[in-house]
Design a protein. Structure first.
Length: 337
């Protein structure tokens, strides 16, 4: 087969580009609000660079869609989805945590997108973006450490004894018997990660619930906050039972504003995205866990998160807020047209 420099986009390339445009357009609106209200100049500097990255990536993707003659997603904009006069809703510390987590998510997702890309221009787009995201991760992580805010995972005290073979009881029981084996380092880390991400998610949901005036949306936000609390409680209990600390930020993060800076449509999208990333974390946590009681716990939480995400999407569809992603042609429908 002859080499073609820029053939048509594959399904993976198109799907990833579409999702990234939606994500960057939403993040740009959120960061614009944050940037207006940050007091700490160090955090504001990182926020400004992250906002520039999001807008730059959005413009590159816009040009690419136009070049490919593919409809541009509506996405989000400050004009339609940001209430400029709304006061600050989150602390500077939360914003720094948000920027740090955003860079980590960006690195993970963009690496997956790079793995799906075949075209040279798409591979370059993702490779360049990874380099930018790496710099922002380094800067935000260093600032968290400098400010004493970085929340470290549990430290495992090892026996320093090499054991090439695991015992028969290593997998444990499906029914969570009292004398489970100790957590592996990876299991402890993934539990910590999910606890902390739910802590940040709960803060965001609390702020959205506090400022929203839409009764249906408020009910969904309250459910999400309760689900985040449940995940934190159940995962924390596993660490406590294994005599490991539950590290947590002491900041409540949410200020006293009752005026939302974001449109209900944008808030719904952000909640859906948070749930999506949560599901990805739970799936990975389950995949690297060997204790069967942990796999059962992850499965139950994933089921709850899927149900919640389904309800959020139904709410978005009812309000005509859910944009339709690229889909394959309905060949059967065309045949009967």
């Amino acid at each position: 087969m002859d080499h073609v420099a820029n053939p048509k986009l594959t399904s993976g390339e198109l799907g990833n580009l579409w999702e990234q445009y939606m994500s960057h357009s939403a993040v740009a609106v959120v960061l614009e609000h944050f940037q207006q209200h940050i007091s700490c100049e160090d955090i504001k500097s990182i926020c400004t660079r992250t906002l520039e990255m999001a807008n730059n990536q959005k413009n590159i993707l816009k040009e690419l869609f136009n070049k490919e003659n593919y409809p541009l997603p509506t996405g989000f904009s400050a004009k339609d989805d940001l209430i400029q006069a709304a006061p600050k809703i989150m602390t500077d510390e939360f914003i720094l945590f948000f920027l740090n987590n955003l860079s980590k998510v960006d690195l993970a997702l963009t690496s997956l997108c790079l793995g799906d890309a075949a075209r040279q221009d798409i591979r370059k787009l993702y490779s360049d973006h990874i380099e930018t995201a790496k710099v922002l991760y380094e800067q935000s992580t260093s600032l968290l450490l400098d400010k004493g805010l970085f929340v470290r995972p549990p430290i495992i005290t090892s026996t320093h004894e090499a054991k090439p073979m695991a015992e028969k009881g290593f997998l444990s029981s499906f029914f969570g018997q009292v004398n489970e084996r100790p957590l592996t380092a990876r299991e402890a880390n993934e539990l910590h990660k999910s606890i902390f991400l739910n802590h940040l998610g709960k803060s965001a949901l609390m702020a959205f619930h506090q400022t929203s005036r839409n009764p249906e949306l408020k009910a969904l936000l309250l459910r999400g906050k309760e689900l985040a609390s449940k995940v934190m409680k159940e995962f924390s209990q596993v660490l406590i039972e294994n005599d490991l600390p539950v590290a947590m930020s002491s900041d409540t993060h949410v200020l006293d504003s009752t005026q939302s800076p974001f449109s209900d449509r944008l808030i719904s999208f952000l909640v859906d995205e948070m749930n999506k990333f949560g599901l990805a974390n739970y799936g990975y946590g389950a995949a690297v866990s060997s204790r069967k009681d942990l796999m059962t716990l992850y499965a139950r939480i994933i089921a709850d998160a899927y149900q919640y995400r389904d309800d959020v999407k139904k709410f978005m569809i009812e309000n005509h807020w859910l944009e339709k992603p690229p889909v394959a042609l309905d060949r059967l429908g065309l045949a009967h047209a």
